[in-house]
Ligand binder design. Structure first.
Ligand code: NAD
Length: 281
């Protein structure tokens, strides 16, 4: 199927990034959210991001104006005009399963339904639709306009044709697709979140200060940022949620969240978004 028009569900951090990159890659884009404030915020974020990228010579004036023509809507009425739907709404299984049911009812027959979920089973999401062969994970990284990777996740029923179409689309969006099978945390969070969790254990046990732990990983392992600073960027609540999914779904004690991680989330110290995490912002 030729993809010309992409409909993005959810206009938050990831949804607006995906909408922006799709638009600057030449696709017609509609971006939907149930919160009017999120749509306003997305419009402003895309405007700021494309202005900066244009200033730096990373996108052309034509690409910038393509991003200005993204349609922002508050319902799925025009989803029938789209050739692909990418869901990037709140990471909550109930919310996603409901949205996929609605996407299945509103999108045209034959359209691929993709999810940007970080941790929810693509197979489970697909089972909630009448077209599991056309459901797939497109796990973009944050910030979407700058990060190259898209993890492409095949559910148990995802067809080869769907996978091939999405792999080609990722490349057309200037991204590097890497295929993974549906498993808790996929490849990225299966490895990243336990590493962050281990850094929190090290802090909890007094092995080092936050600065020392992050410096060791930056200077010694060549990581661009330390695990605790990265946790603050991702959101401590998100890291905790993913560790809980890994522990529950894989059933192994090695995925047990560090007590300090839970305590910080309970205290509302969620990282950058709340102004305080392992560091003060
Ligand atoms: P966010 O909270 O910034 O945005 C989520 C948006 O979804 C909100 O604007 C909310 O109003 C909207 N929404 C909720 N219910 C909806 C509905 N029924 N219909 C339409 N919109 C609805 O969250 P985010 O960080 O952008 O994450 C979105 C998805 O991307 C999640 O599945 C998350 O796991 C995944 N993800 C996030 C990151 C990250 O670093 N933030 C990275 C990779 C993947």
């Amino acid at each position: 199927m030729t993809i010309k028009h992409i409909f993005v569900v959810g206009a938050g951090t990831m949804g607006n990034g995906i909408a922006q990159v799709a638009a600057t890659s030449g696709y017609q884009v509609t971006c939907m959210d149930v919160q009017p404030a999120a749509l306003e915020k997305a419009k402003a974020a895309i405007g700021q991001s494309t202005a900066k990228l244009f200033e730096k010579g990373m996108i052309t004036a034509k690409q910038k104006s393509a991003a200005d023509s993204i349609q922002f809507v508050s319902n799925m009425d025009t989803m029938k005009d789209a050739d692909l739907v990418i869901e990037a709404a709140t990471e909550n299984p109930e919310v996603k399963l409901r949205i996929f049911k609605d996407m299945n009812a509103n999108a045209r027959e034959g359209v691929i339904l993709a999810s940007n979920t970080s941790s929810i089973s693509i197979t489970k999401i697909a089972a909630n639709t009448k077209c599991p062969d056309r459901v797939i994970g497109m796990h973009f990284m944050n910030p979407v306009p700058l990060m190259k990777l898209v993890e492409v996740i095949r559910g148990l029923g995802t067809s080869d044709e769907t996978t091939q179409t999405i792999v080609e689309l990722c490349r057309a969006m200037g991204k590097e697709p890497v295929e993974a099978n549906d498993s808790p945390g996929f490849i990225s969070n299966r490895i990243l979140c336990p590493m962050i969790n281990e850094a929190v254990f090290a802090l909890q046990e007094g092995v080092g200060t936050p600065e020392a732990i992050d410096q060791v990983m930056k200077l010694g392992m060549n990581h661009p940022m330390g695990p605790l600073a990265l946790a603050d960027l991702i959101g401590l609540d998100v890291v905790l949620f993913i560790m809980e999914v890994l522990q529950k779904e894989l059933g192994e004690d090695k995925y047990r969240p560090a007590y300090l991680l839970r305590k910080m989330v309970d205290a509302g110290r969620l990282g950058r978004k709340s102004g305080r995490g392992f560091y003060q912002y």
